[in-house]
Design a protein around this ligand. Structure first.
Ligand SMILES: [Mn+2]
Length: 324
C-alpha cells in the first residue's frame, strides 16, 4: 500500500465533518476527484462540504455531485480538510488558503511532481495519470462501493488528464482503473461527448483569432500564441475557452514546446506544454514562480509579456539544446 494511504483512510473514517477542496479554475480532474471523494464520504454517512473558490462553470455542470459545490468553507467545526489536485496550499485560492493553512488536519491528495507536501497527511503519486486515479485507490481502502456517479467522476478526471488516453502517463494502470470505473457504470461515450464535443462557436472563433497570432520560435520548435481580453470580446468566448489553445498548438508537427499567454486581471497566465522529456516545463515554470507537471505546467506573470518572453525562451532553449 502507498505511503500515506492507510493513515489518510484512518483519518477520514474517524472524521464526521469533512471539507473537500480542489484548485481554483478547476479542470475536470479537480472537479472529478473532489466530487468523487465527496460522494464517497457521503455514502459512508459523513457530513461533507464540497468547496471550490472559483465555483462551478456551466461547462462542467454535468459532472456528478458538482451541483452541491460552494465557494467558501461553510462555518462550523470541520474535522478534516482534504485538498484534491493541488500542488501547494495556495492553489485552493487566496481566500480559502488561510482557512486551510490554519486547520490542524489537512490531507493532500495529488499527482503533481512539484507538490510541496503541505498537508499533515500527504498522498502524492507523481506517477499517477490524475488525482482521480489516486482517489480510486483511496476509495478501495475506505471500502466504498463505486456508484455510477462516483465512477463517472473518476473516469472524467482520468480521461481529461491523459488527453483522452494519449499522454505518456497512460499506463496499464490507467486502463485497469478505467476498466473498473466503466464496469461500475461510467459511460465513456457520454463523458467524451461532454468533455470533447461541446465546443461553442465563440470558442472556435477565438481559436481562429489565436491561430492568427501564432508565432514559431527557436527554429519552429516552440509555438507561441496569446489570448487578450480584446480577443475574448470580439469572439464572445470566455476565459476557459482559451485553455485548449495550448494543446492545439503543441500538436503542430515539429513543435516540441508550446506556450499560451492569457491576459488576466492585472497579470498574464502562461500555460506551458512539452512533448520532449528533456524539457520539463514544471521546472521551467518554477523559474518564474509557477509549477505543474513535466509535460504541462503554468505560471503567472505580473509584468509585461515583452519582459517575460526572452527569459522564458532562453530557459527553454537551454533545455532544447539537450534534444537530439
Ligand atoms: Mn490533475
Amino acid at each position: 500500500m502507498k505511503a500515506g494511504l492507510a493513515e489518510i483512510a484512518k483519518a477520514l473514517l474517524g472524521a464526521q465533518r469533512v471539507v473537500v477542496l480542489s484548485h481554483i479554475n478547476p479542470d475536470p480532474d479537480a472537479h472529478g476527484s473532489s466530487s468523487a471523494l465527496a460522494l464517497a464520504l457521503k455514502s459512508l454517512g459523513k457530513t461533507v462540504a464540497l468547496v471550490n473558490e472559483s465555483g462551478l462553470s456551466q461547462r462542467f455542470a454535468w459532472i456528478p455531485g458538482v451541483k452541491d459545490l460552494v465557494t467558501s468553507v461553510p462555518s462550523g467545526n470541520w474535522d478534516v480538510m482534504v485538498c484534491c489536485d493541488c500542488g501547494d496550499a495556495k492553489r485552493v485560492g487566496d481566500k480559502i488558503k488561510d482557512v486551510v493553512l490554519a486547520h490542524p488536519l489537512v490531507i493532500n491528495i495529488d499527482h503533481h511532481a512539484s507538490n510541496d507536501n503541505f498537508g499533515r497527511h500527504n498522498l502524492v503519486v507523481a506517477t499517477a495519470s490524475s488525482t482521480c486515479e489516486v482517489i480510486l485507490e483511496l476509495l478501495d481502502v475506505l471500502g466504498v462501493t463505486l456508484s455510477k456517479d462516483i465512477a463517472t467522476c473518476i473516469y472524467t478526471g482520468i480521461s481529461s488528464d491523459t488527453g483522452s488516453f494519449r499522454y505518456s502517463s497512460t499506463s496499464a494502470g490507467v486502463f485497469a482503473a478505467a476498466k473498473r470505473v466503466v464496469e461500475a457504470g461510467a459511460d465513456p461515450f457520454s463523458v467524451a461527448q461532454n468533455l470533447y464535443a461541446r465546443n461553442s462557436l465563440a470558442a472556435l472563433k477565438l481559436q481562429s483569432e489565436a491561430l492568427g497570432q501564432l508565432k514559431l520560435e527557436l527554429q519552429g520548435r516552440v509555438a507561441v500564441t496569446k489570448v487578450t481580453y480584446g480577443m475574448l470580446k470580439t469572439s464572445g468566448a470566455d476565459k476557459e475557452d482559451a485553455d485548449v489553445m495550448v494543446d492545439v498548438i503543441r500538436d503542430i508537427e515539429g513543435v516540441q514546446v508550446a506556450l499560451l499567454l492569457k491576459e488576466d486581471s492585472g497579470f498574464w497566465r502562461v500555460s506551458l506544454r512539452s512533448r520532449v522529456a528533456q524539457v520539463d516545463v514544471a521546472e521551467v515554470a518554477a523559474e518564474f514562480g509557477g509549477g505543474g507537471h513535466k509535460a504541462a505546467a503554468g505560471l503567472r506573470w505580473r509584468k509585461g509579456v515583452e519582459d517575460l518572453m526572452p527569459q522564458l525562451l532562453a530557459e527553454i532553449e537551454k533545455r532544447l539544446a539537450l534534444v537530439r
